[in-house]
Design a protein around this ligand. Structure first.
Ligand code: PEP
Length: 253
């Protein structure tokens, strides 16, 4: 049985003081209220907070991630951050290919494939995002889009490497809009992704990969989404900016 994951992507929110307060609240609530056998909780703050958040979470079950990294190990890339730097600050996970990165920063599947490699070569876990726009869904192209995102970003990996990947299905039309994919819509896409993994890597590997849902997850819709057989938790945006709602989502696992 896959252990569920609830990861909170703060995006470009929270100054230092606010970020530390949110971390302390989440860490304390998780210790008291969340079953660690059932769910792994991950905080994913902006880069500048990764080290202090990891320091506050050290020795607790809460893990820490980053929202992006550069594909190279180091060098003359002013303003960029490498996976090795992120690891040295105490993080274990890196989000890759969030739709905001694809949309605003032109990240392609090919670029993401090389970022996946650098994350894995540092012994970290990549949370690889995929998902269709509203236009693509309305044109009934969502399966096609997701298939190419998954295949082009991940299918160069071998089965052992694939086990180090978490996939997040995030329909772009559901991110930050308050509109959630219905439980059936989400489960249908998650099962489709799982089938892609089965066809390429076999059942054992496919069954070991966590597939998270992201897109306006809130405490009141989390339990139903997470009850689906191929939905292994959530990547949470807005509701992760507040300790109570984030921890309540983790408790819904
Ligand atoms: C996200 O950006 O990954 C996300 C799922 O955001 P929200 O929960 O706010 O829709």
């Amino acid at each position: 049985m896959r252990k569920k994951i609830v990861a909170g992507n703060w995006k470009m929110n929270k100054n230092f003081e606010e970020g530390m307060a949110l971390t302390s609240e989440v860490v304390n609530m998780v210790k008291d209220e969340v079953s660690h056998e059932k769910v792994t909780v991950i905080l994913i703050p902006p880069f500048v907070h990764v080290h202090p958040v990891a320091a506050l979470a050290k020795g607790t079950p809460v893990l820490v991630g980053a929202q992006n990294c550069h594909q190279e190990a180091n060098g003359a890339y002013t303003g960029e951050i490498s996976a090795g730097m992120i690891k040295s600050c105490g993080a274990t996970h890196i989000i890759l290919g969030h739709s905001e990165r694809r949309m605003y920063f032109g990240e392609t599947n090919a670029l993401l494939a090389s970022k996946v490699n650098t994350v894995l070569s540092n012994g970290l876990t990549a949370i690889y995002c995929c998902g269709e726009t509203l236009e693509q869904r309305n044109a009934n192209k969502h399966f096609e889009v997701i298939e190419s995102q998954v295949k082009e970003g991940l299918f160069h990996l071998d089965a052992e490497q694939m086990k180090q990947i978490v996939i997040a299905y995030e329909p772009v039309w559901a991110i930050g809009t308050g509109v959630t994919a219905s439980t059936q819509q989400a489960q249908e896409v998650h099962a489709f992704i799982r089938q892609l993994l089965v066809a390429k890597y076999g059942k054992d590997t496919a069954e070991s990969v966590c597939i998270l849902y992201g897109g306006s997850v809130k405490p009141d819709n989390a339990a139903e989404l997470f009850s689906q057989s191929d939905i292994d938790g959530g990547l949470i945006g807005g509701a992760a900016l507040q300790s109570r709602s984030f921890v309540d989502i983790a408790k819904a696992c």
